[in-house]
Design a protein around this ligand. Structure first.
Ligand code: HPA
Length: 272
């Protein structure tokens, strides 16, 4: 990946972004866009204005970077993400993480909407991501090695930080949310999977499937960040129910889970 690309984006952000390390960086995926309560907003910038990032092309993604403070914590929130399937390469996909790294942020919460594969899951449930499977056959770290992004062959034994996952479980328990640990299978999209693919992923150990999160997690882990991940199960994966899949259903599931998502994140942030 091209370092100049990230320099241009970082150079556009106001100095306040780099004055104090954020306590946590957050990536809000499909449906999660309004999950945060922002007390004191320091910076709010549209993605379209950040060089190289570009507006999110996906409905349900707000496309705003917000640096804010709440209850003494400084939080850097990316409301919406770019995806590999948008066809613009890896740079815009991992740019938010690279900016967080340059801000000195060491803790990252990744959120997404995903299809439920595990038969115990139903729409509206949460999955606390324990591990992932990259089914895309590509990786954002491919290319010339930049030592600032960690080792050439970074370890991925524990991508999702155990203690942070425990905090997520504690929050889910306190709030009475249906949440289980699970493995997230990453596909490129943009098409949904076939029922045969879902059966194959199930046999490989996947509990949920989605088109995001893993590139960011791989990049952030290589850079040494502590990562927590949550999926909202927006639908049953292809062939698990008789229904066909569509993005409206994913967005609608996010709409109805909004209060729970917000409570979940707020409680978790309070535990950091
Ligand atoms: N498959 C892939 N990505 C998704 C799904 C799904 O069923 N639901 C939400 N994102």
């Amino acid at each position: 990946m091209n370092t100049q690309f990230f320099d241009n984006a970082a150079g556009y952000l106001p100095d306040v972004c780099f004055e104090r390390l954020p306590d946590v960086g957050i990536m809000l995926g499909s449906g999660w866009g309004e999950a945060l309560r922002m007390d004191n907003v320091l910076v709010r910038i549209a993605y379209a204005d950040i060089p190289g990032l570009g507006a999110s092309t996906v409905r349900g993604h707000t496309g705003e970077f917000v640096l804010y403070e709440r209850e003494g914590r400084r939080i850097a929130a990316w409301c919406g993400r770019r995806h590999y399937y948008e066809g613009v390469g890896w740079e815009p996909v991992v740019l938010p993480i690279e900016i967080l790294r340059r801000m000195g942020c060491g803790t990252l919460l990744l959120t997404n909407a995903a299809g439920g594969i595990n038969p115990a899951l139903k729409p509206g449930d949460f999955v606390i991501i324990r591990d992932h499977i990259n089914l895309v056959g590509a990786n954002p770290l491919i290319g010339p090695h930049n030592p600032e992004w960690g080792e050439r062959f970074p370890d991925m034994t524990e991508v999702y930080h155990r203690h942070l996952s425990e905090l997520l479980h504690a929050s889910a328990n306190r709030l009475g949310l249906r949440a289980m640990d699970g493995v997230y299978a990453y596909t490129s999209g943009p098409c949904y999977e076939t029922p045969a693919e879902i059966q194959a992923y199930k046999a490989q150990g996947a509990d949920v499937v989605g088109m995001s999160t893993v590139p960011e997690a791989v990049f952030a882990k290589a850079c040494g960040m502590k990562i927590a991940g949550i999926s909202l199960v927006s639908n049953l994966a292809a062939g698990i129910s008789r229904r066909t899949l569509n993005h409206e259903e994913v967005v609608a599931a996010g709409e109805s889970a909004k209060p729970l998502m917000s409570a979940f994140i707020e409680d978790f942030l309070g535990r950091l």
